[in-house]
Design a protein around this ligand. Structure first.
Ligand SMILES: Cc1ncc(COP(=O)(O)O)c(C=O)c1O
Length: 372
């Protein structure tokens, strides 16, 4: 049996800082993990309850209603008209899809999987699980002259980015797509923070999708958009997400998932369909995060940190131009726990990631402590 080389799970190294922050009078304000804290919207809970009777096996492909709801959502919210519902597949949250996509696409030894240098760690994990070669790709020019063995088979994009909050614009995405098509590279774009765009005047549609006709010329060939309702709909506990785009690629992924039993439970499929049809709860949740973001940003800047990027998403990407662990320590001393940028790649070593996912009360407490 071969032991796969997975990266260390870094969160354990935060434990001493967590202890220190917890000892502060008034308790810890934990802004380290981006887990939603507000209630799952009533409309979604009701849909889940209404689907509680589920004796039979659900469809791996998802119900036609669900796949059509995804296509409707892309048309309404993402500026992507005419998405073929056959090119939609529900996933058990998006982390599993990110972790298994290289394997599901049949990649393996010798295949290069590219992803951003400062990134959600699961892109790297997915390459390793497949036995493929993980490679940081920060800018296409940095790849140098390509040969068949150095050309990535799969390239991950993440916009808005976790952790930096950077958004890739239409022009940037279009260049990546043109390059990928020229070299036969599949592009998977993780867009799970798309609805949480803080730039002025950026309400609709949300941040550009890889499937946007301005980006891909209307053809979804070679392209997959990965989306999750965990953040926009407070649904992390349901594990409700999907992948959409190239019908042939989606069918290839579906085929393996059918054999492997990677099925979204029926009640979750129903809840996901209801969530996608309701934009009001998304707007409500966005307003909550916007208010928290304003309070935290002011407080963090007042404390002497510079916030970089952070145009969208659920984090402030902040630095005091010092080692990330020194900033983590300083904030833990005020009872606030944040994640060092080091968790997201070497290039993040002088930043910390501060999550907006805490209650109004905890965010206000953090601000008081930072202003004190
Ligand atoms: C960039 C990115 N992709 C994927 C996920 C996974 O989300 P989920 O598995 O809850 O759908 C996260 C969660 O934080 C994320 O930040």
């Amino acid at each position: 049996m071969t032991q796969r080389s997975l990266p260390d799970f870094p969160w354990d190294s935060l434990a001493p800082h967590k202890e220190r922050a917890s000892a502060v009078s008034g308790g810890i304000v934990d802004l380290s993990v981006g887990t939603p804290v507000d209630p799952t919207p009533a409309v979604v809970q009701e849909a889940l309850r209404g689907a509680a009777d589920a004796p039979g096996y659900p469809l791996t492909y998802g119900t036609p209603a669900l796949r059509e709801a995804v296509a409707g959502w892309f048309a309404r919210r993402r500026g992507v008209p005419g998405l073929d519902p056959d090119g939609v597949l529900p996933t058990i949250g998006s982390k599993e899809l990110v972790a298994w996509l290289p394997t599901l696409l049949g990649l393996g030894r010798g295949d290069v999987v590219g992803f951003p240098g400062v990134a959600y760690p699961t892109y790297d994990v997915g390459a390793r699980l497949a036995g493929a070669t993980p490679q940081v790709v920060d800018g296409l020019a940095a790849l140098g002259p390509l040969t068949p063995t150095t050309t990535p088979r799969l390239l991950w994009l993440n916009s808005p980015s976790n952790p930096t909050g950077r958004v890739l614009g239409v022009e940037h995405l279009a260049k990546v797509v043109a390059w990928a098509r020229q070299h036969g590279v599949v592009v998977a774009s993780d867009e799970c923070y798309a609805e949480l765009d803080w730039r002025p005047g950026s309400s609709e549609p949300a941040t550009p999708s890889i499937l946007d006709p301005r980006v891909c010329g209307g053809s979804h060939e070679g392209l997959l958009a990965v989306y999750s309702l965990s953040k926009q709909s407070n649904l992390a506990g349901y594990r409700a997400a999907f992948v959409a785009g190239d019908v042939a690629l989606v069918r290839r992924v579906l085929e393996v998932r059918k054999h492997a039993g990677m099925i979204v439970p029926w009640p979750v499929q129903v809840a996901l369909t209801a969530a996608l049809a309701d934009d009001d709860h998304v707007a409500e949740q966005k307003a909550r995060y916007a208010a928290r973001r304003t309070v935290l940003r002011q407080a963090v800047e007042g404390f002497g940190l510079r916030v970089d990027h952070s145009d969208a998403g659920l984090y402030l990407w902040a630095t005091r131009d010092e080692d990330a662990w020194a900033t983590v320590e300083a904030l833990a001393g005020r009872g606030i726990l944040v994640a060092p940028g080091t968790f997201y790649g070497e290039a993040g070593r002088r930043h910390v990631r501060i999550a907006l996912t805490a209650t109004d009360e905890r965010v206000a407490t953090a601000a008081e402590r930072l202003h004190a």
